[in-house]
Design a protein around this ligand. Structure first.
Ligand SMILES: [Zn+2]
Length: 212
């Protein structure tokens, strides 16, 4: 599904003159990877007033979807923090509609999160980018050791501070996954995410990881 932008009337916060501009309301970074770069660069829904040349961010709510990272983020204006409770209810309502339409078509099954303002969105996307980069280094190190690479369920991994990839265990148990993770760490890879994963998998009563 393509990203969507709508033509809207904005009011400049500096000179108060209205003007029309296209604002993103649905951002899907799979067909539009340039929008992820725009989010990281703070250029998403950034406008320049044609009257006084002031730059400012649009305050419309929008949805940011990254299928690969299992990220569905409702971005609300940071001016509306005080309405958090109502906005969370709105998010849940909108999410249920997405789940029954777009998500069904794309075969996606992860839940939503919300942020206030583009700065907060940038932080979340940046953090996920770091997790992706570190996870790819783990996958490469595992493959170099001749180990099979397993992909952890992204939402499950994010909630626990785990990497997206790890070396697969020799069986499905947590202990076996811990053993494989230790092998990768012993090869000299510096990865706080994998170290944390290994420690948790070694813990008493640790459950087997959720893999894709
Ligand atoms: Zn202006």
């Amino acid at each position: 599904m393509r990203s969507i932008k709508l033509n809207q009337t904005l009011t400049c916060p500096n000179c108060a003159e209205p003007f029309d501009a296209e604002q993103w309301t649905f951002v899907n970074v799979t067909p539009n990877p340039e929008l992820k770069d725009a989010a990281l660069g703070g250029e998403l829904n950034l406008f320049c007033c044609p009257h006084c040349s002031t730059f400012f961010h649009g305050e419309n709510d929008f949805v940011y979807l990254d299928e690969q990272a299992s990220l569905l983020i409702f971005v609300f204006s940071d001016k509306n923090q005080q309405d958090k409770k109502e906005l969370l209810a709105k998010m849940q309502h909108d999410y249920e509609q997405l789940r029954d339409t777009v998500f069904k078509q794309l075969n996606l099954d992860f839940g939503p999160m919300c942020v206030f303002g583009l700065e907060e969105l940038k932080e979340v996307v940046e953090k996920e980018q770091q997790r992706t980069d570190e996870s790819e280094a783990i996958a490469a190190a595992a493959a170099a050791l001749g180990l099979k690479v397993a992909r952890l369920k992204p939402e499950w991994a994010r909630e626990r501070g785990f990497p997206l990839y790890t070396a697969a265990g020799t069986d499905e148990t947590a202990a076996s996954y811990a053993g494989s993770a230790r092998k990768v760490l012993k090869s000299g890879l510096k990865s706080p995410l994998l170290k944390h994963f290994a420690e948790k998998m070694e813990g008493d009563g640790a459950k087997a990881p959720e893999v894709l």
